[in-house]
Design a protein around this ligand. Structure first.
Ligand code: NAD
Length: 423
């Protein structure tokens, strides 16, 4: 069973641990423990039956010392202020580790889009954008899609924002449709970035890419592209994949087209058939004897109760928060290399950054330029993280890669705050 975890408490505890290891200034630490700005909105929307429903919306601008706040907008029935605050804190560290000129932010609305019509979703989105007003913008806070929001949602927000500001500035939001100067490479940039990290980590761990066996949990944007790109980037083969219903394992490898058609016709990849295919539960998939495990679905999948059974050499956190802090410790003791989410999935926000740069400059690049820049940037983040971990090991202090990444990210934000005279 998943433990009851307050995500913001986890985010604060991770910061506290990093602050202790790196000897962070007490004042900088105090500033970074809480968001700079929190907006809570009460949003009335006229529904299709002509009654008015009131929705709660949030936007948290956690820190903007290094640049405008940056982070997605989630539409979710269980959305809470603490979740949004935690995700905004993690965005701050993600943008800092990636060394892009953004701070961290996140937004959300408590709503169940599955029970709403398209017209109601549009009305809610536009009302949220009007409530945000000039509190978002290319130089203020740049939102993007997240859970149950998509390029169309971003287009509606952009349209409202243009009407409010009377400025046609496409850089005020990212993850837009390509017709509104969204970026072609953005769709797969999260997984592509993760695959560049996987390539570098495999080299470091002497895992032979071509012979490596990979299991992927999740068959959505992150998981499906991770499947596809692990072949393209590394020549490696995915032997197991899953969705919310369950998974499938075939030691001979899996065929993407067949997975897609199986999912379309039966509702789940678990019904994939081949000579050696075996059905799996999601928990069994996590415990497979593979070289590389990629959780790319939801949070809290590797926990205190199953961490001991994980057998991979390399765990790439492509999802946000798939490994709980307790499990983190267990994996560390077992000698499994667990690379943290805010490094592994930072390709998404790096892709958003490239969209913003192109919108602001009006200079649009080919996708091969986009991918080459992404590769260089995320590879540097990986190398920085490994070097930080090694510098502590050389001093006789063993820290995990999450802490190494935290120390880099927090250190950069603290330096920017110091230069701006915040402490
Ligand atoms: P998605 O909605 O496209 O796909 C989610 C997948 O997870 C689906 O295949 C679904 O069937 C599966 N799933 C749901 N519940 C599950 C369960 N209990 N067990 C196993 N599988 C389950 O979402 P996505 O965009 O692929 O995001 C996946 C993860 O990656 C999330 O944690 C997200 O925050 C993170 N992420 C995504 C991006 C991005 O650009 N898409 C960027 C950064 C981080």
């Amino acid at each position: 069973m998943a433990e009851e975890l307050n995500p913001f408490k986890i985010a604060q505890e991770q910061l506290d641990e990093a602050a202790g290891i790196m000897g962070l200034d007490r004042q900088a630490h105090a500033i970074l423990r809480e968001p700079k700005r929190t907006l809570i909105m009460s949003i009335p929307v006229r529904m299709d039956d002509n009654t008015t429903e009131v929705f709660t919306g949030f936007r948290v601008q956690y820190n903007d010392a290094r640049g405008p706040a940056k982070g997605g907008i989630r539409f979710h029935p269980q959305e809470s202020l603490d979740t949004v605050k935690a995700l905004a804190a993690w965005m701050t560290w993600k943008c800092s580790l990636a060394d892009i000129p953004f701070g961290g932010g996140k937004g959300g609305i408590v709503c169940d889009t599955k029970k709403m019509s398209e017209k109601e979703i549009e009305a809610l989105t536009r009302a949220y954008a009007r409530h945000l007003g000039t509190d978002i913008g290319a130089a203020v806070d740049v939102p993007a899609p997240d859970v149950y929001t998509n390029p169309q949602t971003m287009a509606w927000i952009l349209d409202e924002h243009i009407n409010i500001t009377r400025k046609v500035q496409f850089g005020s939001i990212t993850g837009k449709p390509v017709e509104l100067w969204g970026s072609e490479g953005r769709m797969d940039s999260t997984a592509r970035g993760g695959m560049f990290v996987m390539r570098e980590a495999a080299k470091m761990l002497n895992i032979d890419a071509k012979k490596a066996k990979i299991a992927v949990q999740g068959f959505g944007n992150a998981g499906k592209y991770a499947y596809e790109l692990s072949k393209e980037v590394m020549g490696a083969s995915v032997v197991a994949i899953s969705d919310s219903e369950g998974g499938v394992y075939d030691p001979d490898g899996l065929d993407l087209q067949k997975l897609e058609s199986t999912k379309a016709s039966t509702g789940s990849v678990m019904n994939y058939e081949s000579k050696n295919a075996q059905k799996l539960t999601n928990d069994q998939l996590l415990q497979l004897d593979v070289d590389i495990l990629i959780p790319a679905a939801i949070e809290n999948q590797v926990r205190q109760d199953n961490a001991d059974k994980i057998k991979c050499k390399l765990l790439l956190e492509l999802a946000n928060g798939p490994v709980t802090p307790e499990a983190n410790e267990i994996l560390f003791e077992k000698g499994i290399t667990d690379l943290p989410d805010f490094l592994v999935n930072s390709g998404g926000v790096i892709g958003s950054y490239y969209e913003w740069v192109q919108n602001i400059t009006g200079d649009y690049w080919d996708t091969d330029v986009f991918y080459a820049k992404l590769d260089k940037k995320i590879t540097r983040s990986f190398n920085d993280t490994v070097a930080m971990q090694k510098s502590y090991a050389d001093k006789g202090k063993k820290i995990n890669y999450r802490m190494a990444a935290y120390i880099i990210a927090v250190g950069r934000v603290a330096k920017a705050m110091k230069a701006r005279g915040w402490y």
